[in-house]
Write a protein that binds this ligand. Structure first.
Ligand code: MG
Length: 549
């Protein structure tokens, strides 16, 4: 296998880092993060080994849903700087070998967007049909609500024109009507605009809702999946190596459909919510069973497609795929108090607090996530072990300011961050005085330096991205062993989810042609016996990344 042939599929072996410009770094001292501040920290991200930044929405916004309610798709929120500042940031990132993708939020707009203002102004408005209007709530309308604490219906009555509009999210986020070809043209134009400025692709928000035609009155002149195919081919024509990473939180079988046919002609990647939730259960139980079961159920993807793996993201840790009993089991262990839970389906916490700050268990969890089939996605602050701030409402609890040092938290003063409604964490154990980048950069034993090494090794193991994976037969249910094979590259990644030491012995499904593995992360190696048997010892929460080098 020639590594040079893989560069067009850069995203398969990428290390993604999701951040919100607003909370990452304030460069001009006005109390809000901005592109100037982010640009100043590109070298930090390059040093960490990140290869692709995923920007949460940075467009002008009504800001009632942290930027996911957009007012203008062709501009930068003036609080973050100008379009010029954005381009300077993009150029600097590219100069350091870092690509940038951004959230594409086109299922809905803000209700204050000029398109919706025009649409709602009059039934005969030329933009009336850009949104989904009905005289009455349709029979059999979906009762499933994304935010059951705030909304009681997906339809809102507009008093002025006496009709109802569709909103799958908050009522201030009306859904765009994708049955309207003009809307689809506009979405292509938005994609084209940002690709032209240099983005390497998009994380597509709420894909199943975006393709949904429920409630749309007129017949759609093309199948919703044909529309996604059409978007993908447009993207490819404008920029051959651009990426579409989708947010598709559905069962595996349904997610598979969003990758398209066997050649892969819709999304390139999907965030793997199924595996993520199995990981939660496995961590709680200190037992690999749920993960093994999930990995076995994982559908085969088209050749040029991949999963994106994560532990925590910017939302609550949704556990909606687990059974009620399993979910309660995770709640009990990781967030027993009501204010740690959200919508009855998830946890609004970050991982280190859920693990009571246990460093060995935390590192094992990240090592495990990086070792699973797919590309890893980090959420800002995970590399230093940041905690959530339960003082901040709802899902925003995990979006507190980045902790750069004990004094500079995202560059925000305490007063400014209070004004942002993102108060700093005041706890001595979890606040910026205890957990920050500056201290960890100077401490060889810190989580940050450990993460940097983990990323280095992951990047140097393209077999995880491009190879064939298989589970190795391990008798001990606490231990998970995944092997990868790509050309003459072989690796074996073994994790002990339990706190006690384990010795495991197993026969590799196919015997490697070399007699010993080298431990990439630690000392020594492991011999393979003539019959293909391997014996190894793992400490409590131990992990070994073994390679035939
Ligand atoms: Mg600022």
């Amino acid at each position: 296998m020639d590594i040079s042939q893989t560069s067009d599929l850069w995203w398969k072996n990428a290390v993604f880092y999701c951040l919100d410009v607003e909370t990452f770094r304030d460069g001009n001292g006005d109390g809000t993060g901005d592109f100037r501040g982010l640009t100043d920290r590109i070298d930090y991200l390059a040093g960490l080994g990140v290869t692709c930044i995923w920007l949460m929405p940075f467009y002008p916004t009504a800001n009632r849903d942290d930027g996911y309610d957009i007012l203008d798709y062709y501009a930068v929120d003036p609080r973050y700087g100008s379009l010029g500042d954005f381009v300077e940031f993009l150029r600097t990132a590219r100069d350091r070998g870092i690509r940038v993708i951004a959230d594409l939020v086109v299922n809905h707009t803000s209700a204050e967007h000029p398109w919706f203002q025009a649409s709602r102004s009059d039934k005969s408005s030329p933009l009336r049909d850009w949104y989904v209007w009905r005289e009455a709530i349709p029979e059999g309308a979906s009762q499933s609500l994304v935010f059951p604490d705030k909304e009681t219906s997906n339809w809102e009555l507009d008093k002025k024109t006496g009709e109802y509009y569709l909103h799958r999210f908050y009522n201030h986020q009306p859904d765009l009507n994708i049955a309207n070809p003009d809307v689809r043209d506009e979405i292509r134009k938005i994609i084209g605009f940002w690709l032209e400025l240099g983005l390497s692709g998009f994380r597509v928000d709420a894909v199943p809702f975006l393709l949904e035609t429920e409630g749309i009155a007129q017949a759609m002149d093309l199948d919703p999946h044909d529309w996604l195919r059409n978007l993908r081919s447009f993207l490819g024509r404008r920029r051959g190596d651009a990426l579409l990473m989708g947010e598709v939180n559905l069962e595996y079988e349904a997610v598979r459909e969003f990758y398209g046919d066997s050649g892969g002609d819709e999304l390139h990647m999907c965030l793997n919510f199924n595996l993520n939730q199995a990981l939660a259960l496995a961590l709680v139980r200190e037992d690999a069973g749920a993960l093994m079961h999930n990995l076995r159920a994982m559908p085969t993807l088209p050749k040029d497609a991949a999963w994106a793996n994560f532990i925590r993201n910017h939302d609550e840790w949704s556990l909606d795929k687990l059974t009620e009993a399993e979910r309660q089991e995770v709640f009990q262990a990781f967030g027993p108090k009501p204010d740690m839970q959200l919508f009855g389906r998830g946890l609004r916490r970050r991982l280190p607090t859920m693990l009571d700050g246990n460093q060995a268990r935390l590192r094992m969890a990240y090592s495990l996530m990086f070792a699973l089939p797919g590309a890893p996605v980090l959420f800002y602050g995970e590399e230093i072990g940041m905690a959530e701030n339960l003082e901040i409402e709802g899902r925003m609890s995990v979006r507190s300011p980045m902790q750069w040092s004990d004094r500079e938290n995202g560059g925000f003063s305490e007063a400014a961050s209070d004004a942002l409604c993102r108060p700093l964490i005041r706890s001595r154990k979890w606040g910026p005085s205890a957990i920050n980048v500056r201290d960890q950069e100077r401490d060889g034993g810190s989580l940050l330096i450990w993460m940097e090494q983990l990323i280095r090794h992951r990047r140097e193991m393209p077999e995880i991205a491009f190879g064939k994976w298989s589970l190795q037969p391990i008798a001990d249910p606490a231990v998970l062993a995944v092997s990868y094979e790509w050309g003459d590259r072989r690796s074996l990644l073994v994790h002990n989810l339990d706190s006690s030491q384990k010795q495991v012995s197993f026969q590799m499904a196919s015997r490697p042609d070399k007699a010993s593995f080298v431990d990439r992360l630690g000392e020594g190696g492991i011999d393979v016996r003539a019959d293909g048997t391997i014996t190894l010892v793992l400490g409590g929460y131990g992990y070994r990344w073994l390679g035939l080098i």
